[in-house]
Ligand binder design. Sequence first.
Ligand code: ASC
Length: 152
Amino acid sequence: MSMTRLWTALALVAAAGVSLPAAAQFAKPEDAVKYRKGAYQVMAAHFGRIGAMAQGKVPFDAAAAAANADLVVTMSKLPFTAFVEGTSGTDKGSPKASIWTERAKFDEAAKKMQDEVVKLQAAAKTGNAEQVKTAFGAAAGTCKNCHDTYRN
Ligand code: ASC
């Protein structure tokens, strides 16, 4: 290989490396499980703060709803690269093996949730409590749908 071609090849590898963090990489299946649980835990915490407002448990706070919705949108992008083969289970709360036998359907359910939380984010930006409540309900429905189907 000429030096020019070698440098071209190295540059391509380096460029590819820059985009790697976009998809989480895991050394071991257990690392993916930990990552997944952590991502869902943070997402649920911020989603739950909006839920408390939607359910009238705490007063509606438009700025807090918007900040929490932004975080939910960010977190919603994270769990799915961590559903790696070999991480299904039968314990309560663990993912069913059907995720991997019908991955396209699972990914579609995930995409629905991601779309609904973007709508929740837009609703939160309006500062309108009723819109937030409606969008929260729709987003929660997509969480439940996936849990009912794919979570033990
Ligand atoms: C939440 C949370 C979920 C969903 C789900 C909706 O706040 O932690 O997993 O809503 O309960 O049915």
